[in-house]
Write a protein that binds this ligand. Structure first.
Ligand code: HPA
Length: 275
């Protein structure tokens, strides 16, 4: 018989808690492709390979390490996921969302997510940082499908997926640090092929500013448990058809690394305000 979702979450949370030595993370940070350097800034770091956590698969994408790093950042107890699970790897949506649910079970109330994304808004350039104001789920998948996991809402409200108060803090941090920060709508697609130019024109018309292949499952699961989310997209390239050159994953990683420092400054500034 299938193990109920709540039991899978509990087993994974117990395995992580056993490694934490009493640390109680308040904030979880999920890092996107090429954006892993923030994990190295965690103090008194406890590194937990994801392969050691029941129910967590090994991530397979270049630029993703596959570990949780727990400790403190700016004095705030955190757990950082370096290596998320994407639907395009073949993981079901509830596996992509498992870490978010486990973080909640560990007592985390705030989830910060980063991702690499293609820029759709005409003024966006590679290296632009975008605060996610909202998302459009074009994955046609949802981690809440199936029996309701204990602690989840059946029909969670999604009118404030990316917390307005946290976004206000992020904008203030960016202003003080003189880091340009745009704000816009993230469209989540299944991938792994990049979009066609016609798809990008469609995304433009339906109100998307950036496009990527992650984040949406985790945010849906987090909102179903009442966690507050804050998301940042690093625009690593112009979306297909908006640039004369074809897209390459290497470029995504390279640009991600280039702006990872600024993104880290923003996240640390937000953490200081939460502390
Ligand atoms: N499309 C989808 N996902 C992405 C892109 C893109 O252009 N760039 C980085 N992740």
């Amino acid at each position: 018989m299938d193990v109920p979702a709540s039991e899978l979450i509990r087993r994974a949370a117990d395995a992580v808690a056993a490694q934490l030595g009493g640390l109680r993370p308040r904030v979880a940070i999920i890092l996107g492709s090429g954006l892993g350097s923030l994990a190295d800034a965690v103090q008194s770091a406890i590194r937990i390979p994801q392969s050691a956590i029941p129910g967590f698969p090994e991530p397979g994408v270049t630029g993703h390490k596959g570990e949780l790093v727990a400790g403190t950042l700016e004095g705030v107890p955190v757990v950082v996921q370096n290596g998320r699970f994407h639907l395009y790897e073949g993981h079901p949506p509830d596996v992509a969302a498992l870490p978010a649910r486990v973080f909640h079970a560990l007592g985390v109330a705030t989830l910060i997510l980063t991702n690499a994304a293609g820029g759709i808004r005409p003024t966006f350039r590679p290296g632009t940082l975008m605060l996610i104001a909202d998302h459009i789920n074009l994955m046609w998948k949802n981690p809440l499908i199936g029996p309701v996991a204990s602690g989840d809402e059946r029909f969670p409200d999604m009118s404030d997926p990316y917390d307005a108060g946290l976004r206000k803090i992020a904008r203030a941090v960016a202003r003080d640090a003189r880091i340009p920060l745009e704000e816009g709508v993230y469209a989540g697609l299944l991938g792994p092929s990049y979009e066609t130019p016609a798809e990008v024109r469609m995304l433009q018309r339906i109100g998307a500013d950036a496009v990527g292949m992650s984040t949406v499952p985790e945010v849906i699961a987090a909102r179903a448990r009442g966690m507050h989310c804050l998301g940042f997209s690093t625009i690593t390239n112009l979306a297909a058809g908006l640039s004369p050159t074809p897209l390459a994953h290497a470029e995504v990683l390279e640009v991600g690394k280039r702006v990872a420092g600024q993104l880290g400054t923003l996240i640390k500034g937000v953490l200081r305000q939460l502390g």
